[in-house]
Write a protein that binds this ligand. Sequence first.
Ligand code: ATP
Ligand code: MG
Ligand code: MG
Length: 371
Amino acid sequence: ERGKISLLEEIIPQFAIYGELENLKPFGKGHINDTFLSTWNQAGARVRYTHQRINDHVFAKPDEVMDNILRVANHIAKKLSDQEIPDRSRRALTVILSRDGKPWVKDADGGWWRSYCFIENAHARELAESPEEAKLLGQSAGLFQKQLADLGGPRLFEAIPNFHNMETRYTRFHEALDKDEHKRAKTSEKETAFLLENEKRGGVLIRSMREGRIPERICHNDTKMNNILLDDAGGGSLCVIDLDTVMPGSSLFDWGDLVRTVTTRAEEDERDLSKVIFDTAYFRALLEGYLSEARDFLIPEELKLLVEAGRNITQIMGLRFLTDYLEGDHYYHIARPDHNLDRCRNQLALIHSMDNQWDEAERIVKELTIA
Ligand code: ATP
Ligand code: MG
Ligand code: MG
């Protein structure tokens, strides 16, 4: 941390921030970027900003990521202003440009930095712990998609190409299986069999997009609880943050990932699979929240796939965990030798639980989507 903070100290004057810097310290619980908080004295007023060193192992082209973020943040801000929404500065991220007009500054080590206005009197929560919180999360994700449904201009950059492409993920899985470099195919035969049986079905979202049956939309791709800021005073959800992975995709990618992460109380690596249960009460609340914003723009083909999308994104994660296990654990951090296999088993258990409650889930969708 010390090293990064001094790199930041060197370049911080290049951001167009007025006043005197009073304090600079590490901040937050993000896993991807390094986040810092600064306090400035602006003619007697204390004003705070966040600064992040973009993880350039994960994001190969930080300038493209920042181009996306600037357009998305400005579009949301303009929409809030056109609609005369109160408290606007806390409902959209504000990107601080460099003094020469760029949305980033590079440090002496070649690192890329960005700055945002700090959103005051707000907090992030780590997990959705009640159906009410699930509803809030669904609503925030739905609103975010709605706000961006009419973003003009060229297509956004693909921050991580083929992120939710089941077909390319399967290609890589087959390669890993054929090579079996770490002699692990034997210990994962059951999981492999399930994933092979479900290969064709798993292509449904990517095929539907390619064939134009569901539209390409702007997708956040990391809609978890600690990426939405909640008002300290109890005013609910304020702002969706962490926009690195915003890119073209399907509305169903975000929706499916919400279903995967919010409808079960078990951690992603829980080994007691009897705890990995798809909870239809959370599913219902999540969907209620999501549809309260997204119902306006979703088309019938998307609505038809709402249950399938949860299964689909769970499958893609199961597939990625197993692929990483076969390849020797290069992508996901592991704390024990079979950690990635456990994660895969956990995701497949969640699919089984979904399958067991499929009719109930479809019934909930039908009930909540009736016009
Ligand atoms: P993740 O591990 O979720 O990918 P990350 O490393 O990409 O995280 P962020 O989610 O962007 O980092 O930021 C980390 C945390 O810092 C957030 O969860 C939030 O608590 C806080 N934070 C970031 N930006 C702001 C802001 N503009 N205003 C207030 N808090 C912020
Ligand atoms: Mg985050
Ligand atoms: Mg992030």
